[in-house]
Design a protein. Structure first.
Length: 300
């Protein structure tokens, strides 16, 4: 008899702008909005079509309950100009076309910035009945305040090596972590070096989530998910294939020492262990002499 396989249900929701029911993956995640299944109210396609400059992006953030930040928009603009500097099509375009390209790309860069875990902010822009408050471009409502900025861990800057926006302290952490990996492992090709950078970023993210959890700004599950990503990267085949540098066994436990010896020599040589003679050894020796003296050793 022919059987049909039960298909797995894909979570979906309604886009309040285009009125289409779409998979959740078609919406940007929004961790502060449970009534929208922790996603934006507008789908990604609507966001991309609508957001073409600063004001339209501000309006998008308002109707999707995201805290607006002029500072983050400026960061997105800097990253945009860095990216466009080497694009021939942009350099040859007319002034009006350049402005259009800059606006759209800055919006896309802002989309990536707004999901960084250390700058994520939700803004409840709904009324008591769940209706939207009307967007006012001249108002500062829904905008990151100076008090909120004071709690930020320094200014975010774009770092080419780490391909993202980080504070100076975070960049120092990433560089230091990568340096320690270089000291411990032979990172002899770009694929492994890229994997090492991913492990460094995962370690940073896990630390950020842990500190936020301690201050009630993130759940235990958020931290566990980040920690699991770091653990998986650390234990993956990519690092298993990396050889540790000869003589590097600092900080290794018993199991680590065994693995290090096998990696460096291809074999594990058991060390001969000897103990000093004690009273029991003396009794055994006397017993052997007695056995030999009466000839019992010849009869056995």
């Amino acid at each position: 008899m022919e059987t049909t396989r039960k298909q797995r249900r894909i979570p979906s929701k309604l886009c309040v702008r285009c009125s289409k029911v779409l998979p959740l993956t078609d919406f940007y995640s929004n961790k502060g909005w449970p009534s929208q299944s922790y996603h934006d109210a507008w789908c990604k396609e609507c966001a991309s079509k609508f957001c073409i400059d600063k004001e339209s992006l501000r309006e998008y953030c308002w109707y999707n309950c995201r805290r607006w930040s002029d500072e983050y928009y400026e960061m997105a603009g800097k990253k945009t100009m860095y990216t466009l500097a080497g694009q021939e099509e942009y350099l040859k375009a007319a002034k009006a076309k350049k402005v259009e390209i800059e606006g759209r790309m800055t919006c896309r860069q802002f989309f990536s910035i707004m999901h960084l875990p250390n700058i994520y902010r939700f803004s409840d822009n709904l009324g008591n009945e769940g209706e939207y408050k009307v967007f006012d471009s001249g108002s500062t409502d829904g905008t990151v305040s100076e008090a909120e900025k004071a709690h930020d861990d320094g200014e975010l800057v774009y770092d080419k090596t780490w391909n993202g926006m980080y504070t100076k302290r975070e960049i120092d952490y990433l560089n230091d972590y990568y340096t320690r990996l270089e000291e411990d492992f032979v990172l002899d090709n770009e694929s492994i070096r890229d994997y090492a950078r991913k492990a460094a970023k995962a370690s940073l993210d896990a630390d950020i989530k842990y500190n936020k959890m301690r201050h009630g700004q993130a759940s235990a599950n958020d931290w566990k998910e980040s920690q699991a990503v770091f653990d998986n990267l650390s234990k993956s085949a990519n690092f298993a294939a990396c050889k540790r540098k000869p003589g590097d066994n600092a900080g290794l436990g018993a199991l680590g020492l065994i693995i290090q010896k096998i990696e460096s020599s291809g074999a594990l040589q058991a060390q001969k262990v000897s103990f000093p003679a004690d009273a029991y050894d003396a009794i055994l020796n006397d017993y052997r002499h007695i056995v030999a003296a009466i000839g019992l050793d010849q009869q056995i």
